[in-house]
Design a binder for this molecule. Structure first.
Ligand code: UGA
Length: 438
């Protein structure tokens, strides 16, 4: 079986590298030729742990990378579409890349003997698979279910853990219109994954909805625990991590995604909840809970800025060190990063910022430019600073000690991820979710 993957972003590249490393014949396609050139040389266009060596292994084995979509349509049995679906200004998702790919697939199929299955992995609102099918049918003058197959196959991998999640997914969701096509895709996955992986087979629109429900629920859990953390913070001696641990043991709640912090960011949760709100409103629904989740998330950073203003008496002219710029650890991705949002808000108060991140400085510079200074040394970040705020839970920040803090002008730590709770620090220490006397 030959596999096509159209769109080499996080999902596409991780999937291509994992399949290729296992010897599957894979054709990975992207219209961005510079990106293709880089990947052919074994270089990943973003930082993701373990992906680079895996890509190099896949390229040596059976992974071919190019911009030739037609080749994939003519030669592959199963074609995954993994192009981006960014948000438009009104909160809807932009399907332009997906529609352009569908057009090329349709036009190529017109004169092709191949009868591929097209599986959409990109996150798309319910009903999109149907729209894409219609484009392919119109362009090819062929019929879905007879001349080609259509599947919705959402992806659940996380950045920073993309390789692991691709090797060991917690679920495989396959949405389709006919059992024959669904079973072919299921068989492909069964040949690859452990027998314990649960499969959900359903129709295309339900598969599409599952992805939105999944990400929206994760966002809800985070906003919930963040509100609990804010309440804990005003009760002396209270610790949100113990609260989260205890409620997480209840199997009806579950322990994951209960780490309180400055709010969720990244290219997925904020975008997906926004799209689900906009989509449901277009059907006359009022998604009050989803909107509250979103509001709670954007308030979290406002609360931080007010807190800093209070602790520092006034923010104006203060030198502040921001530790962590990426939206999460083990990633250089700064899309919708709460840290970047915080920096933008702090700059309005005319503070001087020095920022540290092991991986995300270049991506931050593209957004913030030289309005702040950057360093790859934590010690340098702390020098003469009047307050340090930990935003991203990079492991290195847990090593901060009193010797490092000596360099600060005034020793104030705000720890949004509670990385230093166990340390005896010679500083004024505040953490999200810790009541004052802790
Ligand atoms: C998210 C989902 O977790 C994946 O299942 C999904 O496939 C992906 O979106 C997607 O739709 O492509 P990702 O955005 O990579 O994955 O990262 P997460 O681990 O979900 O983290 C998102 C944000 O939530 C980060 O800012 C993180 O710091 C924050 N977070 C996460 C918390 O504040 N607390 C938690 O307990 C967990």
């Amino acid at each position: 079986m030959k596999i096509g993957i159209i769109g080499i972003g996080f999902v596409g590249l991780s999937f291509a590298a994992v399949l290729g490393s296992k010897g599957y014949e894979v054709l990975a396609i992207d219209s961005d030729q510079d990106k293709v050139k880089k990947i052919i040389k074994g270089n990943t266009p973003f930082y993701e742990p373990s992906l680079s060596p895996l890509l190099q292994k896949a390229l040596k084995k059976s992974l071919e990378v190019s911009s030739n979509t037609e080749k994939a349509v003519n030669e592959c049995n199963l074609i995954f579409i993994t192009v981006g679906t960014p948000t438009t200004s009104d909160g809807n998702i932009n399907l332009n890349s997906l529609k352009a790919v569908a057009k090329t697939i349709g036009q190529t199929l017109t004169n092709s003997k191949n009868k591929p299955i097209i599986a959409i992995k990109s996150t798309v609102i319910p009903g999109t698979n149907h729209i894409i099918k219609q484009i392919i049918e119109k362009e090819s003058k062929k019929k879905s279910g007879k001349d080609f197959g259509m599947i919705s196959n959402p992806e659940f991998l996380r950045e920073g853990k993309a390789v692991d999640d691709t090797f060991n997914p917690h679920i495989v969701v396959i949405g389709g219109e006919d059992c024959k096509t669904i079973n072919k895709v299921k068989k492909f996955y069964e040949g690859f994954y452990k027998s314990t992986v649960p499969y959900i087979t359903t129709n295309t629109q339900t598969a599409e909805m599952i992805k939105y429900a999944n990400n929206s629920f994760l966002a809800t859990k985070i906003s919930f625990i963040n509100q609990i953390a804010n309440i804990c913070q005003s009760i002396p001696g209270t610790n949100v991590d113990d609260v989260a641990k205890a409620i997480g043991i209840d199997p009806r709640i579950g322990g994951q995604f209960l780490k309180a912090g400055p709010g969720y960011g990244g290219s997925c949760l904020p975008k997906d909840i926004k799209a689900l709100i906009s989509f449901s409103e277009s059907y006359g629904q009022s998604p009050t809970l989803l909107k509250a989740v979103q509001t709670a998330n954007s308030q979290q950073v406002e609360i931080l800025v007010s807190f800093m203003n209070k602790v520092l008496t006034s923010l104006k002219g203060k030198k502040i060190s921001v530790l962590g710029l990426s939206f999460k650890e083990n990633s250089d991705d700064t899309r919708e990063s709460v840290s970047i949002n915080l920096i933008k808000k702090l700059l309005k108060h005319k503070v001087k910022i020095i920022a540290h991140d092991p991986m995300a400085i270049e991506n931050t510079r593209k957004i913030i430019g030289d309005k702040i200074s950057y360093t790859k040394s934590i010690v340098e970040a702390l020098k003469d600073s009047e307050c340090v705020i930990i935003m991203t839970p990079w492991k290195n920040y847990t090593k901060l000690n009193n010797k490092d803090l000596k360099l600060m002008k005034s020793k104030i730590i705000i720890d949004t991820r509670r990385l230093l709770t166990k340390k005896k620090l010679d500083a004024k220490y505040f953490a999200i979710g810790l009541g004052s006397s802790n």
